[in-house]
Design a protein around this ligand. Structure first.
Ligand SMILES: C[S@@+](CC[C@H](N)C(=O)[O-])C[C@H]1O[C@@H](n2cnc3c(N)ncnc32)[C@H](O)[C@@H]1O
Length: 286
């Protein structure tokens, strides 16, 4: 692994599991509850090692994951959480070379994941109606070095998107059903659409909107993640968890020609297994 240099982001983990993200700068220091760590102690050496505070406490110096970077964005809006982001990237088929739009940019958490996925050959078009939010998202994306893959646009998407023939579009706005015609014009026929909304009422409005606008293969999903205390002798869930983040809605944009996509997503025939594919879960067999 390359040696850590000035400007690199480094994750420092204390003996009690607290995480600190720093950008390395010569002669700077991180002040923690266990003492001070000089950046100079990290510069010029590979990560994946232990450094010590001036009080002698060991911290792990690690390369941050994309998950760490997302959870560390400066935020003034609710951000989209990694469990939804990871799944949405798969559902929207986002990868290198894809052209993808999103609204709104918010704090830029989803933007970072999209930019990471489409790079180096693709592009993210990120629309945001509030200038302060757009600037925050841009700063957060720049901080992790992904700005070259993102075009930010200060605009209410009610006014439409500039792009056509996009591969996918994701809406993380309060009323996604208001902008489905705009999405249809920007995304190629049969392309990928996704939205995240916090309440069931918004899901219903979005479903009605998707029906009206001729979208097909509609799916509504909720992801619940229960973290565990990783203690081998007493393995059990943590006491408190985030019980609700949001509902995910996925669909395909209207197709051309006579045969429309089915309104709801059907089972995938063939090799796939599990609840979405061929096999029925054991507790449903009967
Ligand atoms: C929940 S935040 C998005 C969070 C973002 N996905 C993230 O992961 O950080 C919603 C954002 O959408 C913006 N927004 C709401 N309606 C909009 C519209 N019609 N056009 C563009 N942006 C909009 C809001 O200003 C707000 O910043």
């Amino acid at each position: 692994m390359a040696n850590a240099q000035e400007g690199d982001l480094v994750l420092l983990m204390s003996p009690d599991g607290k995480k600190f993200m720093i950008r390395l700068q010569a002669d700077q220091a991180l002040h923690t509850h266990r003492g001070v760590i000089a950046h100079n102690a990290l510069l010029g050496a590979p990560l994946g090692r232990t450094v010590y505070t001036h009080l002698g406490h060991p911290f792990l110096a690690l390369e941050p994951s994309l998950h760490d970077l997302l959870m560390n964005v400066r935020r003034t809006t609710q951000i989209m959480y990694p469990k939804e982001i990871g799944y949405a990237l798969l559902k929207l088929n986002v990868g290198n070379g894809k052209r993808v739009a999103e609204a709104g940019s918010g704090s830029g958490a989803l933007t970072i994941a999209l930019a990471h996925a489409v790079s180096p050959d693709g592009r993210v078009y990120s629309y945001e109606v509030r200038e302060d939010m757009l600037n925050l998202a841009r700063k957060n994306v720049d901080r992790v070095g992904l700005l070259p893959y993102v075009e930010f646009k200060l605009r209410d998407i009610a006014e439409g998107l500039d792009e056509t023939d996009l591969d996918a579009c994701f809406l993380d706005v309060r009323e996604p059903w208001q902008y489905l015609e705009q999405v249809s014009r920007a995304v190629k026929p049969g392309g990928f659409f996704g939205a995240l909304v916090p309440t069931a009422n918004q899901v219903i409005d979005t479903l009605l909107g998707l029906q009206r606008a001729g979208f097909g293969a509609v799916e509504v999903e909720e992801l619940i993640m229960r973290p565990y205390k990783p203690v081998p002798g007493r393995l059990r869930p943590v006491d408190r968890m985030v019980a609700h983040t949001g509902y995910l809605i996925f669909a395909r944009t209207p197709t051309v020609g006579e045969a429309a996509l089915p309104a709801e997503a059907g089972q995938v025939e063939g090799e796939a297994a599990g609840p979405e594919g061929g096999e029925t879960p054991a507790d449903e067999q009967g």
